[in-house]
Each structure stands twice: as C-alpha cells, then as structure tokens.
Design a protein around this ligand. Structure first.
Ligand SMILES: *Cc1c(COP(=O)(O)O)cnc(C)c1O
Length: 432
C-alpha cells in the first residue's frame, strides 16, 4: 500500500503505524490513550479545519497545540516557507532570517534583550536551566506540579500534558540523580526559595494541566522570592508567548522574569523554539561564555521564515479579535454544557481556554487530577469528535482557538457542544 492510496483508512494506517512506531505515534498524546478509539490521520489542513485520510473534516481546536495561531496553511506562511525552501533548507551558517526574528522577538517582549534560537520548547527550557545554573553557580531548580517544560530529564518531574494524560507522574529512564536537584512546588503558592536555587521555572499561565490561571499576586510573589534569594525567575512562555498578547504573559501580568522560553507560536508550525533574557545573562552562553548550547538545525531558515510571517500578522487588532472570539467561545461552552446539566468550568486567559467537568474552579494539579477523574472529558471529546469538532485528545490540554475560527465556526462549535453535552448527560443518567 502506498501512502495516501484510496484504500487507506484511519484504522488501516493506525495498524501499520503501530507496527513500526511505538503506539503508532511520534508523540504520546496523539495515540488517543486518554480518550479511547483510533486517532484520525490528517492529510491536510486549512484555516480552522483539518481533514483526515477518510475525507472527514474537523473543526480543529488542537491547532498543533498552539503552534498555529493564524490557523492552518495561512497563505503568507505557506508562501514564506515555499520561498525559503527554494533557497535551501539549512546551511549551518548564520542567516538574516535569524537576525530579523531575534530582533522581532526582542522588540515585542519588554526586557527581552537577547535570544538563542533552538528547535523545540523542550530544548528552550532545558537550555534555560543550564544557563541559569551556569550563571548562578547553583544547582537546584524549583518547578510547579502540573507545569510542563518539555521532556528533558530534570524537568519531567510532576509534568502535566501528555505525561499527565498517560497517568505517569514522571518517566521510567529518568535517574534519581537527574531529578535530585528538582524541587516540585504547588502551583499558585509562592514556595520557599533558598540560596541554593538557580532558577524557579513556571508556566505563568499553566496550560498543560488543563488551563489554570495564576492567582492574584502569585507571579509577583515569585519575582520577589527570586530577588530575595538571588535566584533567576524563568517564565516558560512556550504556549503563552506571542499568544496572550505581543508581550506574552510577562507583558500581560507586568512581571518580568530573568529568562523566557518560547516555542509553538514563534515557529508557525515549524520546529522552532527560543530562550532569552537580559544581555548580561545571555553572555554566559557559548561562544561568549562557558555555558555550552548548540544545534545543527538551530535557527533553521524555513522556521525563521515561518515565524516572521506569523509575527507580521500579529498586531493589536489580531490579538483583540482572537481574544474576543475566545471570550465568545468560553461563554458559549459554559452555557450549553451547563444547560445540559453537567458541571463545567471554562477557565480563560486571554485567547486561551480550558475545560473541566467540575463544579468548582481548578487551581492546581491536585485539583486538576480530581476534576479529570470522572471521565467526562473522554466522553465529551468523543461525542464532539463524532460531530466534527476536534478538541485535544486529553483532558490536560488547552483549547486553542485560532485567528481562522470565525463566527460561523464558533456557532457550529456551540451547537455540536450542546448536542455532545446532552449525550454525555444522558449517559450519566443511564443505569450502570
Ligand atoms: C509544548 C511545551 C513545551 C515543549 O515544547 P516542545 O516543542 O513540545 O518540545 C515546553 N513548555 C511548555 C509550556 C509547553 O506547552
């Protein structure tokens, strides 16, 4: 069978995939383990929609877990990547695209003076930790339960997202030594920060345990605790960066970290991440300083071209529109799901949404685990997917409306959500 042959179905591809790829996927959450059933295999996407190999269309709120803020296959992004590819896909030499993108990132985020481009959010967070340790000469790092910072050894402890979806607290293969210097604290509470702490890492809006917004004073409290201890505050803005607004979470909440991690939005769907911060801190990085960090494909010309094309579309009007749509979607979901008789929380931070089938707001990872234990997300996800609307296949992921989701799409979503919620509620009421 050749790829894309007419006889290919989701099931047949999944069967072939599981023969040659663990779980049939390149990243665990995609295997549908948390929601059951067979994943759909995407053949193409445009705007708010993706199409699977069987020709079925889904209104897509995954949007590559936030990498695609303009919607899929935005013409300007496609054209930028096409043009860049024609000039060569990677050189192993510096390019103007990197300079332009670095300048653009620093221009938008107040306090961000220098960046190092990498190829993923994982790399950005992992390298930021190394830099923080190298710059402070300290070993410990503090992270928060339910915050996900990619899959590097030291940062997997109590990670959210796919780690949580899979029901794993951590991961096999991570040695006690690798996490010995990682302290896990409760999200929303300012922890003790000792003078052995190199860095406190946080998702300023937690978007990998569902969506959990920071309580009033939390981020400012972390800033103060870090200042007192001489520790570095690292905002992992891989999701929030260039999504909550041009200045991301630091701009929105008015708290400035020492280091930032970026990913997702800035690559426009191509592999690109970045970490950065003040000039004096970034000067510890090789070749200026002793902290080593490198990458064959870092600053890849296709990725920088895509990133620049995306950022060019993200002006104040775009952010206002995106947030307006997210507001509408949040109220519609809360209303129709509530009307069906299900307890629901639809937390929102700017254009980011979450969904918990819970009667009380979710404030940390423990509460997120309690809220997701009833299995309603799984049933709602499936009922919604049957109606052509795709949420992420796990209860710990955020909902990502894009700029391509128009009013009609939101109405379709609300209608489908109403019917899906009624189906779930009927099931809840059924005997057994
Ligand atoms: C997605 C994500 C990462 C990891 O990025 P990858 O590109 O998947 O390696 C890190 N931090 C946060 C907050 C994320 O959401």
């Amino acid at each position: 069978m050749t790829p894309g042959a007419p006889e290919a179905t989701n099931t047949s591809l999944y069967q072939r995939a599981t023969g040659v790829m663990p779980g049939g996927v390149s990243s665990p959450v995609r295997a549908f383990g948390a929601v059951g059933g067979t994943p759909y295999f995407v053949v193409r996407a445009e705007g708010a929609s993706v199409w699977d190999v069987e020709g079925r269309r889904y209104l897509d709120y995954v949007q590559s877990y936030g990498a695609s803020i303009l919607g899929h296959a935005h013409p300007r992004v496609v054209e930028a990547v096409r043009a860049a590819a024609g000039r060569g896909t990677s050189y192993g030499a510096p390019t103007e695209g990197e300079v332009l993108l670095a300048e653009e990132l620093c221009r938008r985020v107040e306090g961000l003076e220098m960046v190092r481009l990498v190829s993923s959010g994982t790399e950005a967070a992992m390298s930021a930790v190394r830099l923080a340790r190298g710059a402070t000469g300290r070993t410990r790092i503090v992270k928060f339960a339910g915050c996900y910072h990619g899959h590097s050894d030291a940062l997997l402890a109590a990670g959210g997202s796919g780690v949580a979806d899979a029901g794993l607290a951590d991961s096999a293969g991570v040695t006690p030594g690798a996490v010995a210097d990682t302290v896990v604290a409760r999200y929303g509470q300012v922890p003790e920060v000792g003078d052995d702490v190199a860095a406190v890492l946080v998702e300023p809006v937690a978007a990998n345990m569902g969506l959990v917004t920071p309580p009033e004073g939390f981020l400012a409290g972390l800033r103060q605790a870090c200042d007192r201890a001489g520790s570095l505050l690292v905002f992992d803005e891989v999701i929030t960066g260039f999504r909550l607004g041009p200045g991301g979470a630091s701009g929105r909440f008015g708290v400035r970290p020492d280091l930032w991690c970026f990913g997702k939005v800035i690559g426009g769907g191509l592999p690109l991440g970045a970490f950065g911060g003040r000039r004096d801190l970034m000067a510890h990085l090789a070749p200026l300083g002793p902290v080593y960090q490198a990458g064959t494909l870092s600053g890849n010309p296709l990725a920088t071209a895509a990133g620049l094309a995306v950022l060019a579309e993200l002006d104040a009007g775009a952010y206002a529109m995106l947030e307006g749509r997210a507001c509408e979607l949040a109220s519609a979901l809360a209303e129709v799901i509530g009307d069906a008789g299900l307890a629901v929380q639809v937390p929102r931070a700017g254009p980011l949404l979450g969904l918990f089938f819970s009667s009380t707001p979710v404030q940390d990872y423990d509460e997120a685990q309690v809220a997701t234990a009833n299995g309603q997300y799984r049933r709602f996800f499936r009922a919604l997917l049957d109606r052509g609307v795709a949420l992420a296949p796990g209860p710990y992921e955020a909902i990502f409306p894009s700029l391509a989701h128009d009013r009609d799409d939101l109405e379709r979503t609300a209608d489908a959500a109403a019917a899906a919620a009624r189906e779930v509620a009927t099931h809840e009421g059924a005997p057994g």
